[in-house]
Design a protein around this ligand. Structure first.
Ligand SMILES: Cc1cc2nc3c(=O)[nH]c(=O)nc-3n(C[C@H](O)[C@H](O)[C@H](O)COP(=O)(O)OP(=O)(O)OC[C@H]3O[C@@H](n4cnc5c(N)ncnc54)[C@H](O)[C@@H]3O)c2cc1C
Length: 359
């Protein structure tokens, strides 16, 4: 197959929150950019899915707080509203397997968790609406990057990009294991990246939709905290209009090897303990096993701790004769791992690019 060659000033790898924030900022500053995205959708670790009955459930990022000032400012600029996560004043709490669960009082939270009205995907859609769809290349998984004369050559399945600057927004561990740099990356960067945690990479998100919010009765709120599991946390996930109802939470990541049916069975067992037969009245069950998403997660060289090496000094440098920049939430020195870290990284990186290309 003959590949198309595209010459451009700036290539961004990844159309997640970081990549789209950079593209949005650079477009606003009058630069033209191209974005290469491996998946057939944009958003990366932001994925809002719609069930057949029309409920939207978050399989990726969901919550933010007012302390996330860069994200909050971006949402305001894009005219995107938020609403408070329903927590209630009591949670179903299960401390140990040998004692029954009970209702625990939740103290008032001066910093409530917020959700994005219409789903987190609204942020992704709004950012991408400012970028021409012709500049976002889907199904464009980058295989190799090398510096050749005065251009950086980025090769993906159907296209070769030749650019002055290339910006990676991949989790660093994924970057150095899945892209061939023809030995042009320094060994110390590779070692740090191989041991950099990818936030939520091992997680399992689950959601059940229901015709009624039966859990909002007799001091119940849908909030579940369990040390026993297999679901350690669950929350009311109804929409802002409060006419589509769901419960959403996490399943212990160790259950990735079970079948979907087996996972649902153990979740039901736990929920029936709390809600009785009501638990079985769900209209759909959705799940996402992030560790099997090869465009997000790859295993580490050795065990890493949450946030290990996030925001490392080496990610603030550029490589391949100053043409490769590292961005993405794991490279951020501020709230790494979170959407706030992705936006901060996006803003900082675009400022660096503007400075570099304006001289
Ligand atoms: C289950 C889960 C729950 C979360 N909950 C929250 C939350 O409640 N609040 C919060 O603030 N954050 C949360 N997060 C984290 C949040 O999703 C991330 O911080 C943010 O989305 C990261 O954006 P990013 O652009 O830096 O990375 P990503 O979203 O990972 O984007 C990287 C992009 O690069 C693409 N890519 C990968 N390889 C290649 C390649 N070779 N070529 C081209 N493209 C490639 C990927 O497909 C992806 O689109 C959660 C994440 C998960 C998974």
């Amino acid at each position: 197959m003959i590949k198309e060659t595209i010459d451009c000033d700036i290539l961004i790898i990844g159309a997640g929150l970081t990549g789209l924030t950079i593209a949005y900022q650079l477009r606003n500053a009058g630069f033209s950019v191209k974005v290469a995205e491996a998946r057939s959708r944009i958003g990366g670790r932001i994925e809002t899915i719609k069930t057949e009955a029309g409920e939207k459930v978050e399989m990726g990022a969901t919550w933010l707080g007012r302390k996330h000032t860069y994200l909050t400012r971006l949402l305001a600029e894009l005219n995107i509203a938020t609403f408070e996560q329903i927590i209630g004043d009591t949670a179903i709490y299960e401390a140990i397997s040998t004692s029954p669960h009970y209702l625990a009082r939740i103290p008032p939270n001066p910093e409530p968790s917020l959700r994005i009205s219409g789903g987190t995907e609204v942020l992704i859609q709004r950012l991408s609406s400012h970028i021409s769809s012709e500049d976002i290349f889907l199904d464009a998984k980058v295989d190799s990057i090398k510096r050749d004369n005065n251009k950086t050559v980025t090769d993906c399945i159907h296209t070769i990009f030749k650019s002055k600057i290339v910006i990676s927004t991949l989790p660093p561990n994924l970057l150095v294991t899945s892209i061939n740099f023809e030995n042009q990356l320094p060994q110390d960067l590779i070692s740090i990246a191989r041991n950099t945690h990818t936030w939520m990479g091992e997680s399992i998100k689950i959601a059940l939709t229901y015709p009624t919010p039966f859990w909002r009765q007799e001091h119940l709120s849908g909030t579940i905290m369990s040390n026993v599991g297999p679901v350690p946390e669950m929350y009311d996930h109804s929409n802002v209009e409060d006419n589509k109802y769901a419960l959403m939470g996490f399943l212990n990541g160790g259950y990735f090897q079970l079948t979907k049916e087996e996972r649902l069975a153990i979740i039901m067992k736990q929920l029936k303990k709390y809600f009785g037969e009501f638990a079985e009245t769900f209209t759909s069950y959705e799940e996402k096993i992030w560790r099997t998403e090869t465009d997000t997660f790859t295993s580490y060289e050795s065990n890493v701790l949450p946030h290990q090496n996030n925001g490392h000094d080496l990610y603030q440098e550029s490589y391949l004769k100053d043409s490769l920049m590292m961005a993405g939430t794991e490279t951020s020195t501020y709230y790494p791992g979170y959407m706030e870290g992705a936006v901060y990284s996006g803003l900082l990186t675009s400022q660096k690019v503007i400075k570099r290309l304006s001289v």
